[in-house]
Design a protein around this ligand. Structure first.
Ligand SMILES: [Zn+2]
Length: 162
């Protein structure tokens, strides 16, 4: 296990050795499931140990953007995260899943097919364009503000501008 999680708050630095990631450098990001939410930690190449990957909810390889570049969102990562959230067990995760579905629809990875209602719950039916797979996403009934807040939180977790 990574013993240094909780002490690392700095951005753009390795959670284990503390070295800052230089522009264009490759590093590894992981999400840890924590009390209904997620915490991200980043590791430089030297400190990353693939064998420990299983202890995280998910991980991915990132490249630090050059200072004048936007950190672009990685659609595959969004899809992967969305699929891993197929049984959200907290409000936060339901909100993540919903906002990711909206985002992926905007990126034309998914298509909204319709709305289903049952037991007082409204769900949106989406189709994954590449595979034709269908999935129901519960509508958490968020306000505009909550959607924006959720997207910002997701962007920080996934290190991307959504
Ligand atoms: Zn390191």
């Amino acid at each position: 296990m990574f013993e240094s999680w909780s002490v690392t708050k700095s951005k753009g630095a390795c959670a284990r050795c503390g070295h800052e990631f230089p522009p264009n450098s490759v590093f590894f990001s992981c999400l840890q499931n924590q009390q209904g939410d997620f915490v991200r930690c980043d590791f430089c190449r030297d400190c990353w140990d693939e064998k420990e990957a299983d202890s995280f909810f998910c991980f991915w390889r990132s490249r630090r953007a050059a200072p004048d570049q936007k950190q672009t969102a990685n659609t595959d990562l969004m899809l992967d995260f969305f699929e891993r959230l197929d049984r959200p067990d907290s409000e936060r995760k339901r909100a993540f899943r919903f906002v990711l579905a909206l985002y992926l629809t905007r990126r034309k990875e998914m298509k909204l097919l319709g709305v289903e209602r049952g037991d007082g719950v409204e769900s949106l039916l989406f189709e994954r364009r590449s595979s034709g797979d269908k999935m129901l996403v519960e509508n958490p009934d968020l306000t505009e503000e909550q959607i924006e807040e959720t997207a910002a939180h997701l962007g920080r977790l996934l290190n991307a501008d959504l």
